[in-house]
Ligand binder design. Structure first.
Ligand code: ATP
Length: 266
């Protein structure tokens, strides 16, 4: 039976100028599952994440949530819909307003929808506790914290609206092994508490093997173009994927394994 609760990019095509970056690509993330997405640099992984996060409108194709197509992107999407998907990017410095104290950074999405200040403070306390940000860090601005501390704040911000789908775009690539393990463990614990669907984009094969339930390969558009004649629905999973299955790990296993880099590990 088809699981009705899912985030789907359906036959999505995206071009930047004359460059076709995604050509009828489809990717589905079910609630509760962790999908790994890998592919060469420039193959369009981040572009696909931005489409799924309702930040970038595809030229063709569509995004749907739980079977309902989403019209538009960003603020054109009703708040109750767009807050169901959150994204955590690779570089917390690029994603954070340098003028904001960490406490305000975490509160940003709540204040953006005019959440009453008392509820903002309560939720920020929960979130900073969840990601392990100590009170002394909350009053600092991004320049005065480490990349790892700032990424924890960005993770707290991403979880502010309790998204059903969390897209992690190389979110642990810049972090040391122990912070990487911590971020992965927080994401996994959150996923279990909400039955959230998680997308993990990474070049780190051991990390994907440990973390993802299945792995999808995104080939460059030129390679995808060599699909069998007559196929109009170029599903990444079917045509480009060497979908592998990594058994789901407990949070402790994930933490332990991620914290202990192997020969090819982070
Ligand atoms: N805003 C933009 N304007 C023009 N070209 C862009 C834009 N964003 C991305 N591209 C191009 O689209 C292609 C895919 O980029 P994207 O960042 O999605 O790839 P990626 O697979 O995530 O790469 P990486 O693994 O290096 O992060 C690249 O050739 C990139 O230069």
């Amino acid at each position: 039976m088809t699981n009705p609760a899912h985030l789907l990019a359906d036959a999505v095509t995206v071009s930047h100028g004359r460059q076709v970056v995604l050509d009828e690509v489809s990717l589905r993330i079910d609630r509760g599952e962790t999908v790994g997405l890998r592919g060469p640099s420039g193959s369009g992984k981040s572009t696909l994440a931005r489409v799924l996060a309702l930040l970038h409108a595809p030229d063709r194709g569509r995004v749907s949530i739980d079977g309902t197509p989403v019209a538009g992107v960003r603020h054109a999407v009703p708040v109750g819909v767009r807050t169901r998907v959150a994204v955590l990017f690779q570089s917390p410095r690029a994603a954070a307003d340098p003028r904001l104290r960490l406490v305000d950074l975490v509160a940003e999405p709540l204040r953006a929808i005019r959440t009453p200040e008392r509820a903002v403070r309560e939720r920020v306390d929960e979130l900073t506790d969840l990601v392990g940000l100590t009170p002394d860090l909350l009053g600092r601005r991004p320049h005065a914290v480490s990349d790892g501390q700032l990424q924890r704040a960005c993770l707290a911000r991403a979880l502010a609206h309790r998204p059903d789908y969390l897209l992690c775009d190389e979110a642990t690539a810049m972090l040391d092994a122990s912070t990487q393990a911590h971020v992965a463990a927080v994401v996994t614990a959150y996923q279990r508490s909400r039955d959230a669907g998680v997308l993990v984009i990474s070049h780190d094969e051991p990390l994907l093997d440990r973390w993802a339930d299945r792995i999808v390969d995104l080939a460059p558009a030129a390679v995808r173009d060599r699909r069998p004649a007559g196929r109009s629905d170029a599903r990444v999973d079917q045509l480009c994927g060497s979908a592998s299955s990594a058994g789901r790990l407990s949070m402790n296993e994930l933490t332990e394994k991620t914290a202990r880099p192997g020969p090819a590990g982070p």
